[in-house]
Design a protein around this ligand. Structure first.
Ligand code: PRE
Length: 357
């Protein structure tokens, strides 16, 4: 078949897609009207997951689950904006991995508020300047993001959802030959995570590695200085118009960062695959066995703990700690309710949300 014939058939399918998408939006608008009149929540991650799971089961074509997710998350984001436009804040700068995580759930059309610190993201949601906030919570190679964990305890926000992002770095420069590059900008942690690439490709060359605050700052610098390069995310290279010379240059393809979507007073309905996050401020932690007994309470009820992080209780001379605890299940599950009641005000529930694996 000729190229033109194939393109004509693609055009015809695109016409159909457009018609179907508009038809879908008519229905979404009606859902939005119903929700507004009953003051219900617009964002329903468990419904979105149900749709994605159903489509994956039905699918017998070339689309992978990842591709179905990417296409439909964009459709859901457009739908939610049609139902009620909502502003989303994230830890910037633009082009950061948190930006990428935010766009993966809220799409290219949402209104974004780019903020300089994790604290300002929490504050923007608390004060209602943004309906949702996106912050990193942990990287599987580097560990927990302490600031996020501490603000989860201090502030009164709920966890709506988690997002997992595989961290890929690109090598971007306006120079088309490595020979002409004199400086490479990046974040110190990114230099560490791309060590093999740096030693293999840049061995023996007179190049200075310059750490800057963020990988998007690095891309910005590389856009201004033609004899420099940046190790950055592909989104920031694109944003600043710096050509990508090498993609996926990280040492390990296991590098993943987990982000949280936060909102005020948000409650997810139970799904078949939930995770719950709580803060435990246990009494009498100087008595032997207190933490053991607490953990045993989960074990005895068959609740699978997935994380326990300890943080210091500040403002005292003791070495007391509080804990961020995560486990599989929803707060409405009977065994979880038992533990919550047993410890009462010593536990703070932060949210039950769909687990991303
Ligand atoms: O089913 C709903 O509750 C909707 O609002 C519709 C819809 C969708 O586009 O399918 C949009 C937003 C929600 O997060 C979930 C689903």
């Amino acid at each position: 078949m000729e190229l033109q014939d194939l393109r004509n058939r693609i055009d015809a399918l695109d016409d159909q897609l457009l018609g179907i998408l508009n038809e879908r939006m008519e229905l979404v608008k009606k859902v939005g009207d119903l929700k507004r009149s009953s003051q219900s929540i617009i964002y329903r991650p468990e419904r979105e997951k149900q749709i994605l799971d159903r489509l994956e089961k039905r699918n017998d074509g070339l689309l992978t689950r990842q591709a179905i997710d990417a296409i439909f998350f964009e459709i859901f984001a457009v739908s939610r904006n049609l139902e009620l436009p909502e502003r989303v804040s994230y830890l910037g700068p633009e082009g950061s991995f948190t930006h990428q995580a935010a766009e993966s759930r809220f799409g290219g059309m949402s209104e974004y508020l780019v903020l300089p610190t994790i604290h300002s993201v929490f504050e923007s949601v608390e004060t209602g300047r943004a309906k949702f906030g996106v912050v990193p919570i942990e990287n599987n190679q580097e560990g927990i993001v302490i600031e996020t964990v501490d603000f989860l305890r201090e502030k009164n926000l709920s966890i709506v959802a988690e997002v997992l992002l595989q961290v890929h770095f690109t090598f971007a420069s306006q120079s088309d030959s490595l020979k002409n590059i004199r400086r490479i900008y990046s974040k110190d942690i990114a230099f560490r995570q791309c060590g093999k690439f740096i030693s293999e490709y840049l061995e023996g060359m007179d190049i200075e590695l310059i750490p800057v605050e963020s990988t998007s700052k690095a891309a910005k610098m590389a856009a201004q200085e033609p004899d420099s390069a940046a190790i950055c995310s592909s989104i920031s290279a694109r944003l600043f118009g710096v050509p990508i010379l090498y993609d996926n240059i990280e040492d390990s393809d296991q590098n993943r960062t987990r982000f949280l979507i936060l909102a005020k007073d948000f409650v997810n309905i139970k799904s078949d695959d939930d995770k719950t996050t709580i803060i435990a401020n246990l009494p009498n932690t100087n008595r032997p066995g207190v933490l053991y007994e607490f953990l045993k309470d989960f074990n005895d009820r068959g609740i699978n703990l997935t994380k326990i992080e300890s943080r210091p209780v500040r403002g005292t001379s003791t070495f007391r700690a509080w804990f961020l605890v995560e486990f599989l299940g929803h707060v409405d599950d009977a065994p979880v309710q038992e533990v919550m009641h047993k410890y009462g005000s010593h536990l703070k529930w932060l949210g039950s949300y769909i687990r991303v694996s």
